[in-house]
Design a protein around this ligand. Structure first.
Ligand code: GDR
Length: 331
């Protein structure tokens, strides 16, 4: 049976990859960080799956990675783990470099020493382009604008270096923003769909946001996971951009979500300067023609389908919350 290891399996993209790899008949080993709180809700529905096993490990701890890779000798390794919040990385730059940057080197080293035929893919990021204007593709110059992006650039080049130095199958997927109902609650899209649905049901009156002028290229994380699988199983090792090719401002996203709920966002959205970043990435729009032409990838979701799915899911959560609150009042 083919096997794979996924770091960051409890995160958004890791959870979609886990479903995808299980559906393709892989034995999936998910790396879970030791924590006193439970944080596996995105994969809890797969808990009883006979081909899923969670193992303890940490991108900051070489020995755990080395023993997992040495024991499993997987066919594929997906590195989705990271300290992935751009704004947070300004507050903890050194930790971000350790986990998001050096973490890639730890996995590569563990593979080189214990299982050199394992194919490795790391989730690189459109944040690496930073201040380079759109459209961005595999040839665009990097100009990282945050400690997170700097760490991702380090991981990107480390991956290419291991490919060239040791002839390992080590590749980068350079994903632009990817969202879904499983998106972390502090990223802007999910913050907006949670806030707007709660406002619709009278559970909150205001939503505080930062810069609404920046522009992003948003895909669905399930489409991104499909692309990552195509990249790691391609005939030859290469790096690919994953993107929808559409660019929208944060304000457009906000306006669309609120108007789908028959709300005027201007009445509810407030500005909080604490949410601004010391350096902002103004505009990202990916050109993924290399991936589409060479590997036949095509996203299943449109921008509107993505938003509709996120609203529907958060509306269910808000409705449950309201029911509980209304019942509490009756008791
Ligand atoms: P990003 O995603 O930084 O692009 O990185 P995020 O959703 O955090 O920000 C997108 C844009 O929205 C603006 N913004 C806000 N952002 C957040 N989080 N919270 C707010 O209240 C808010 N108000 C406005 C931001 O300034 C920014 O311009 C994501 C992460 O998932 C990375 O890990 C990944 O590599 C890239 O996408 C591709």
């Amino acid at each position: 049976m083919k096997s794979c290891v996924i770091s960051g399996i409890s995160g958004q993209t890791g959870s979609y990859l886990c479903e995808l790899l299980l559906s393709k008949g892989y034995k999936v080993y998910g790396i879970k960080r030791r924590s006193s709180s439970i944080n596996t809700e995105r994969i809890d529905h797969l808990f009883d799956h006979p081909n899923l096993e969670l193992v303890y490990g940490d991108l900051a701890d070489y020995s755990s990675l080395s023993s997992i890779i040495g024991d499993v000798k997987p066919d594929l390794f997906f590195n989705c783990g990271a300290m992935s919040h751009v704004k947070v990385s300004f507050g903890i730059p050194e930790y971000t470099m350790d986990v998001t940057g050096t973490g890639v080197i730890r996995v590569l080293e563990a593979i080189r020493k214990n299982s050199p035929s394992t194919r490795f893919l790391t989730a690189s990021s459109s944040e690496m382009y930073g201040a380079s204007p759109p459209p961005q593709n595999e040839d665009t110059k990097f100009h990282p604008c945050s400690p997170y992006a700097v760490a991702k650039v380090a991981g990107y080049y480390a991956t290419i270096n291991y490919r060239e130095a040791y002839n390992m199958f080590a590749v980068n997927s350079v994903a632009f923003n990817h969202e879904s109902p499983r998106r972390g609650e502090t990223f802007v899209t999910r913050k907006v769909t949670i806030g707007a649905t709660r406002i619709k049901l009278g559970l909150q009156n205001e939503l505080y946001l930062g810069n609404l002028k920046s522009k992003r290229d948003w895909s669905h994380a399930a489409d991104t996971a499909e692309a990552m699988y195509k990249i790691i199983t391609a005939d030859s090792a290469d790096d690919y951009v994953i993107s929808s090719g559409e660019m929208h401002s944060i304000e457009e996203f906000v306006e669309k979500v609120f108007s789908k709920l028959d709300l005027d966002y201007k009445k509810y959205v407030k500005f909080d300067p604490r949410l601004l970043r010391p350096t902002e990435v103004d505009a990202l729009c990916g050109d993924s023609s290399k991936l589409r032409n060479a590997l036949g990838w095509k996203p299943k979701y449109t921008f509107d389908m993505l938003i509709d799915e996120m609203i529907e899911s958060d509306m269910k959560l808000a409705t449950n919350e309201k029911l509980i609150k209304d019942n509490e009042k009756k008791i």
